[in-house]
Design a protein around this ligand. Sequence first.
Ligand SMILES: Cc1ncc(COP(=O)(O)O)c(C=O)c1O
Length: 387
Amino acid sequence: MSRFEKIINRKGSSSVKWDLTKTVFGRDDVLPMWVADMDFLPPEAVLEALENRLKHGIFGYTFVGDKTAASIKEWVQKRHGWDIETTWLQYSPGVVPAISTIIQALTVPGDKVLVQSPVYTPFFSLVEDNDREIVNARLHYHEGRYSIDFHAFEESLKTGVKLFLLCNPHNPSGRVWKKEELVKMAELCHKYNVLIVSDEIHSDLVYKHHTHIPLASLDETFRDMTITCIAPSKTFNLAGLQASAMITPNADIREKIAGVHKKQGFFTLNTLGIIGMETAYRHGEQWLEEILDYLQENVTVTKQFIEEHLSELQVVEAEGTYLLWIDCTKLDLSDDELKNRLLDRGKLALEPGTKYGPGGEGFVRMNIACPRETLMDGLGRLRTALS
Ligand SMILES: Cc1ncc(COP(=O)(O)O)c(C=O)c1O
């Protein structure tokens, strides 16, 4: 039996996914397959390191040391073939706060920020909450596959965009952008003098026959105009430990980010986050290989089930991430009807596609990072709701 088959009760553990369904969906009798975390234990080595640190017992002021920085550098080199300097690293409790910090560091109120919808919800809210303006170059969707509409992309840049928020791998479409696509986006950004935030939080969760390429690794020019955000949170299921890193080769940009951190009074990560991050990057690779196989199998099982029992639905091919983006448009239901059917009939909590901006209508996002028994339960509920 795979170690990932074990069902662990997360209710009552202050889990957003399991304990906030009443607040978010209005009921607590639903199976939660929404928020992007996993129902699996992290690597054993991480648990041991955390336990040992707890036994030490003193939790005074701390800092992110050279050993932790080295573990990040080695991981990025080993997994993604990008040779970074530890001096390029800055830290943030999460990628979401990191993006907000970067927006504040590199733009001023009223500036335009480019996104590609449908995309991770905070890409919109962080821009708007910082009083910047969204420019949206919608992705092109055709026969179950997303691609970049480069005409729309360039036209958007021409409106005076200052910053581009790239999601690679892309949530929710599951696309892992290819080299040609990355080069073309970066070249256009360079042409129009636009800086890039490359949110690569899902970069370790990429399936066979696909390769994640850090945009900033492609070329020195792209490198100097890009801030790359990474974290162990999705990869190793450590979101509650609140640790992430920004990789910023350009010293001027780094200084601006440091300036915002200073204003925020932000100094460092928490003790357990630092230990979790370092241990996962140092000792988590074997676990990651195993979980990728398990997740890949979950993707296959889900696709087969839907083809067999819900043939009007189309699962968009996931090249990466454990988030499946499911096209329900052929059902011809309004988004409210879709939501109500899932909740009332299916007792299933999925993310509604409308959360991801224009282009998300008629879609749902399903998190399949759970034991297969839970997945089958969820798929049964999906069938009850939509067949
Ligand atoms: C693309 C993307 N960025 C950032 C995050 C969240 O980052 P954090 O929890 O580190 O703030 C998520 C979580 O789902 C995500 O999908």
